[in-house]
Ligand binder design. Structure first.
Ligand SMILES: Cc1cc2nc3c(=O)[nH]c(=O)nc-3n(C[C@H](O)[C@H](O)[C@H](O)COP(=O)(O)OP(=O)(O)OC[C@H]3O[C@@H](n4cnc5c(N)ncnc54)[C@H](O)[C@@H]3O)c2cc1C
Length: 309
């Protein structure tokens, strides 16, 4: 059944700045290219977004925001409308004579990385190789072994579910490992003030070397959603330990394990690859198999990093 009635569809289409893709195949909206069929609205400016969200709230229509779908396991038939921000971003606004930038949530992280290489923006190496929109990266507090995006944020602009816009000043409590503590259900990040930590001409080399390391060790050309499981940090009075889900799965011999077309990557065991027509059900089955085997073998309860339906 359609998520929007004919009347609702007509009204949403009338909002200037909204493009509706109604009842369509949504494979191209997630990096895992999962089989999914649903409705997505692309929004090109904030006023349109406000009007849309208010209309959905009045009509009781559930929605979720999607960025690049790089950590979003799309259900086969989502019972919510996807909202994708398509707010124009002009990379020429980022120049080396500035330290702080106000960027829309739709700004692509790979473009920011290429500017970091060009200008030597210190700190921006932390998101090297992370496929994401800025909004999605902030929502997930994306990061690498070099650091996390929250270290570079001064403030985050949020459209709250009640229609108000809040400028959240980032503090030490705003984020933790791959999580934010600033969004509630229905809130949307619309922009952020991001800074760099000075100019360092060696940053370009650091980023290129890190990218090469990632390409050599991770299946970046496959259809994945990045790391499926969060690493687990354990701390007792006399021990501090990071349990790496990928390493543990590798030691167990789980590389190549599959459910249908979904398999644990032979290159890096924390990645799952879609080799055909998989949907979210196969992902869920493989995830639950991996989680139970991890707990059985190591006594560690891991959690997923990717958002499962
Ligand atoms: C090959 C590959 C490598 C990866 N490597 C890394 C890595 O090294 N480190 C890392 O941290 N991640 C990594 N990832 C995962 C992914 O890139 C990150 O989680 C990224 O932050 C997701 O951004 P996105 O724009 O795709 O968000 P999506 O996946 O579309 O969404 C993720 C979550 O954020 C929410 N969201 C998205 N946009 C907004 C918004 N504007 N407002 C409010 N909520 C929003 C969504 O509702 C969803 O809950 C990798 C993924 C792939 C495919």
């Amino acid at each position: 059944m359609s998520l929007l009635s004919e009347t609702q569809l007509t009204l949403v289409k009338k909002i200037e700045g909204c493009e509706v893709l109604h009842d369509v195949e949504m494979k191209k909206f997630s990096t895992m290219k999962l089989s999914s069929f649903g409705t997505l609205v692309k929004v090109s400016h904030i006023e349109a977004l406000k009007e849309l969200v208010q209309y959905f709230a009045n009509q009781g229509i559930a929605f979720k925001c999607i960025g690049w779908g790089a950590n979003f396991i799309l259900p086969e038939k989502p019972n919510f409308v996807l909202i994708k921000l398509d707010i124009p971003f002009d990379k020429r606004a980022i120049t080396p004579d500035q330290k702080v930038f106000d960027l829309p949530a739709s700004a692509p992280l790979n473009v920011l990385t290429s500017l970091a290489v060009k200008y030597g923006f210190k700190g921006w190496e932390v998101f090297t190789g992370v496929p994401a929109s800025l909004g999605g990266a902030i929502a997930m507090n994306a990061g690498t072994n070099l650091g996390e995006i929250c270290e570079l944020l001064e403030s985050v602009q949020i459209l709250r579910a009640d229609g108000s816009v809040e400028n959240h000043n980032v503090t030490d409590n705003s984020f933790s490992y791959r999580a934010n503590h600033i969004l509630n259900e229905g809130d949307i990040i619309i922009g952020a003030r991001i800074f760099h930590k000075g100019i360092d001409p060696t940053i370009g080399t650091l980023i290129k070397e890190y990218l090469k390391k990632r390409t050599d060790s991770q299946p970046l050309k496959e259809k994945t959603c990045g790391c499926m499981f969060k690493n687990k940090h354990l701390k007792t009075s006399d021990l501090e330990l990071t349990c790496r889900a990928g390493l543990y799965l590798d030691i167990m011999g789980a590389k190549g394990l599959n459910v249908g077309d979904m398999r644990i990557s032979p290159k890096h065991a924390n990645f799952m690859e879609n080799h055909g027509e998989s949907g979210s059900e196969e992902v869920k089955e493989l995830v639950s198999l991996a989680l139970s085997e991890l707990e059985l073998h190591y006594g560690v309860k891991f959690e997923t990093e990717a958002h499962l339906p």
